[in-house]
Design a protein around this ligand. Structure first.
Ligand code: AMP
Length: 288
């Protein structure tokens, strides 16, 4: 197995992508904020199945954190991340520092409209501007054939799919299902913030979502009924709800009722102690 490359600057990335293209390789990119877990590794493995070489970026992007969010304590483990990338055959890791991505004088950002007004966009002002900007920069730098993202961050996946179309970047944007712990909790770098009791209570998120998904599959169309199933679990677990929503799976517009054959999504954000977690599931109403 060839050794993992480490790139610190755009010039180093360009030297590698040019050489890889000259060898006729198709490239996959997996953007991350590091502290890698099985969810990230699933994206890398799928990248390897869809392309000849996989690149990973590890960048804790300050632009996507609000002033009262967890930027300064976001978990980091560069050595562990590099070992995990090597273990799944990644070709190289881009590890820029903040001043490389946003040098003095930097002033360009990417903003989306309706897709970012609700859900996490409402709770985290500026978050999706930060995400859209850094992902656009990474796609423009690597110009990968394929880029892989998790459905875990469902609104983010829709934002990236949209900006790729709107800006005609021509990347194959692939979304992969959420990788979960055995008890249903979605894998997340932020799960390390949870104490033992919060970790146990956090299963309420997936329990509520799975209940809603099962009820929709059994024929329940009413969005209020479905959101109530999720809220019951959050309340029983003593979680503080940020939002619970049933939306159209593409536009993310709120729905009052599901339509047979039309993909919908249930999304939730809630606090367990000081830790904000998100999760979501597909909703597909059984055809009558
Ligand atoms: P992050 O490092 O949290 O910014 O995530 C980097 C990428 O991994 C994003 O595309 C996430 O949606 C994806 N991801 C995070 N957690 C999971 C998970 N549990 N299952 C699948 N993908 C995930």
């Amino acid at each position: 197995m060839s050794t993992l490359q480490l790139w610190r600057t755009p010039a180093e990335v360009r030297a590698w992508t040019a050489a890889a293209r000259a060898r006729g390789q198709r490239l996959a990119l997996v953007p991350t904020m590091g502290f890698l877990h099985d969810g990230h590794l699933a994206l890398m493995r799928e990248g390897a199945a869809r392309a000849d070489a996989v690149a990973v970026s590890v960048f804790v992007n300050p632009a996507q954190f609000g002033p009262r969010e967890d930027l300064s304590r976001y978990p980091r483990d560069v050595e562990g991340d590099l070992a995990k990338c090597a273990s799944v055959g990644v070709a190289g890791v881009y590890l820029p520092d903040v001043a490389t991505v946003y040098p003095p004088g930097y002033q360009t950002s990417v903003d989306l409209e309706a897709l970012t007004t609700g859900l996490d966009g409402a709770s985290r002002p500026g978050h999706f501007r930060g995400v859209a900007t850094v992902v656009t920069k990474l796609l423009a730098l690597f110009r990968p054939e394929v880029a892989l993202f998790g459905e875990k961050d469902y609104q983010q996946l829709q934002v990236i799919t949209r900006l790729n179309e709107d800006l005609e970047l021509g990347v194959d944007i692939v979304g992969l299902p959420t990788v979960r712990e055995e008890d249903g909790l979605a894998r997340s770098s932020r799960n390390v913030y949870l104490d033992v009791d919060e970790r146990r209570r956090a299963t309420a998120l997936s329990r509520g979502l799975f209940a809603a998904s099962a009820r929709a599959a059994a024929g329940e169309a009413d969005a209020a009924t479905l959101t109530r199933l999720i809220r019951v679990e959050l309340e029983a677990a003593g979680a503080r709800e940020d939002y619970v929503a049933v939306v159209d799976a593409r536009s993310l517009a709120p729905l009052t009722a599901l339509t047979p054959g039309v993909p919908a999504r249930a999304l939730v954000a809630a606090f367990f102690g000081g830790t904000r977690l998100i999760d979501n599931v597909p909703l597909l109403l059984r055809a009558p």
